[in-house]
Design a binder for this molecule. Structure first.
Ligand code: AMP
Ligand code: ZN
Length: 146
């Protein structure tokens, strides 16, 4: 997708409207246009990255710092009972806008917003096998070391 066609790039450039909350040299924050709860907002890098895997650790850290700033402000302003910080990479993960964004999602009691996986299930005994976990960890650690 050309940057000119990206809705979040257009918002950063000021050629599409947004309810802006914050901007600095590398990040931008604004209200989500379809809030799933009061105070739902987004933090994005100003530069166009489709997923976090194209970002440098410095770019990612800058987004993280703005997320922390905004989440703290939303928490103080709206005093939700809890908050999710959510970020999707890829359509299967739920990404609908192809420009990295982090959702700041205040939670209310009985708001019926569900994380889509069952975090309370006992687990797949095969997948949870300690030998298998160790083998997967070894592959990840090899990448960290490389
Ligand atoms: P995701 O499904 O994680 O890719 O989230 C995309 C989010 O962007 C959704 O919550 C949309 O409501 C939000 N969104 C899409 N277009 C706009 C826009 N023009 N202004 C603000 N938020 C938007
Ligand atoms: Zn973009």
């Amino acid at each position: 997708m050309a940057v000119a066609e990206c809705i979040f790039c257009r918002i950063v450039a000021g050629t599409s409207p947004s309810v802006e909350l914050y901007r600095d040299a590398t990040t931008f924050a604004f209200m989500d246009i379809h809030p799933v709860n009061e105070g739902h907002c987004l933090v994005i890098p100003r530069a166009h990255f489709v997923t976090i895997f194209e970002m440098s650790s410095e770019d990612f850290a800058a987004v993280g710092a703005t997320v922390a700033k905004l989440a703290g402000a939303v928490n103080k302003a709206l005093q939700p009972i809890a908050m999710n910080i959510v970020q999707a990479n890829g359509a299967v993960a739920g990404q609908t806008v192809s420009h990295v964004h982090v959702h700041i999602l205040p939670r209310r009691a009985q708001d019926n917003l569900l994380m889509s996986w069952d975090r309370f299930r006992a687990g797949d005994p095969l997948a949870a096998d300690p030998v298998r976990l160790a083998a997967i960890a070894e592959r990840i650690c090899a990448q960290l070391a490389g």
